[in-house]
Design a protein around this ligand. Structure first.
Ligand code: ATP
Length: 335
């Protein structure tokens, strides 16, 4: 990924009004492992390595990476659950690990795999508890609850014990719980995991509206790239604890050095065509597939084809974003 480092630093310089600041942060875990009878080995795991980024107020940023890349560790440090081994973190000007309680009033967290709701109690009771714990003014609580209930379609679920809710219903319940105290920033960890298509659409629609209306800053961790495509104009990719890409989703294609495909229909079957900066990867009767670099315009390839071959039709196919990211994950971190 040759251009990756440049992409990371260029994008970083643009962000001046930082709401979330991560500056050369590291997190090293000491792990002890049994290696035999009475024998233990001590090992260090560098979960986050010299990580720097900023997020402006009101941004919706995707935070992605392969398993074990350091995403959860980053989010845990941003909420104050974990203390960084080195570097500086600020969220809304607050040092998370030093002032965790003060920060808790300004952030909301949703972990798709776990719930913050009271399992045996009706859903509404978890909200009443949040009302007390966060000391939310009554009118504000009522307004936020009504809004979440309406947009997340929770009306018929409020009196149902949480353990009886489906995964999608529970997830919507969790998102509401994270928002009752008006957090300025929301960390979402896999908010659509295990949800059906309809529930995913509901959750995504709600998050879009929340961001547009309230300007809530959102950091979204997900393995579902459609979440990113539909919600985030910016994406950060982390691998082995380091940032390997920070920029618009569309730029991932270039950074991943992916290829676009030109599908060409000729008048008749011909041997593979020969054009500059594209190569034929498949031939099926009069149809041929030509791969060319994603960062390059299709125009010169099309012009040469039209001038030299009996062209009937053509179309350009964009690379599959999942393939681009899989390729990025397979490469070494560059930042
Ligand atoms: N409490 C801990 N003690 C020791 N090692 C840990 C601890 N928490 C995380 N790690 C290690 O740190 C690395 C990063 O883990 P992390 O959970 O942040 O990754 P992730 O990107 O969130 O992965 P996933 O997508 O699987 O949730 C992994 O190697 C993990 O094993």
């Amino acid at each position: 990924m040759a251009g990756g480092a440049a992409v990371v630093s260029e994008y970083r310089e643009l962000r001046v009004d930082a709401f979330i600041e991560v500056d050369r942060v590291e997190k090293v875990f000491d792990v002890r492992r049994r290696t035999g009878f009475m024998k233990r080995e001590r090992r260090q795991v560098r979960a986050v390595d010299s990580l720097s980024f900023t997020v402006a107020r009101g941004e919706m940023v995707g935070y992605i990476g392969p398993n074990g890349a350091g995403k959860s560790t980053t989010v845990k440090m941003l909420t104050g659950i974990l203390m960084p081994s080195a570097g500086r973190l600020r969220v809304a000007g607050i040092d998370p690990s030093r002032e965790r309680t003060r920060l808790a009033h300004r952030i909301g967290v949703v972990f798709g795999q776990r719930t913050t709701l009271w399992w045996d109690l009706p859903l509404i009771d978890s909200y009443r508890l949040a009302h007390r714990i966060y000391r939310i003014p009554d009118a504000r609580y009522r307004e936020n609850l009504d809004r979440c209930v309406e947009l997340l379609q929770l009306e018929s679920l409020l009196d149902v014990p949480v353990r009886q809710l489906s995964l999608g219903q529970r997830m919507r319940g969790d998102i509401a719980a994270a928002l009752l105290h008006d957090p300025e920033v929301l960390y979402l960890d896999e908010p659509t995991i295990g949800l059906d298509v309809v529930s995913k659409a509901k959750v995504r629609g709600f998050l879009r509206e929340l961001n547009a209306e309230r300007g809530t800053t959102v950091l979204l961790t997900t393995h579902d790239l459609q979440d990113i495509e539909q919600l985030c104009s910016r994406v950060m990719v982390i691998d082995h604890g380091r940032l390997v890409y920070d920029g618009p989703l569309a730029g991932l294609h270039e950074a991943g050095e992916s290829e676009r495909m030109l599908v060409v229909d000729l008048e008749r079957e011909l041997p593979p065509v020969r054009v500059a900066s594209a190569r034929v990867v498949r031939v099926e009767g009069p149809r041929q597939w030509l791969a060319f670099p994603a960062g390059q315009s299709a125009a010169p390839v099309v012009a040469q084809l039209a001038a030299e071959y009996p062209l009937v039709d053509l179309s350009v196919r964009e690379p599959d974003i999942e393939a681009v990211i899989a390729k990025m994950y397979a490469e070494k971190a560059v930042s």
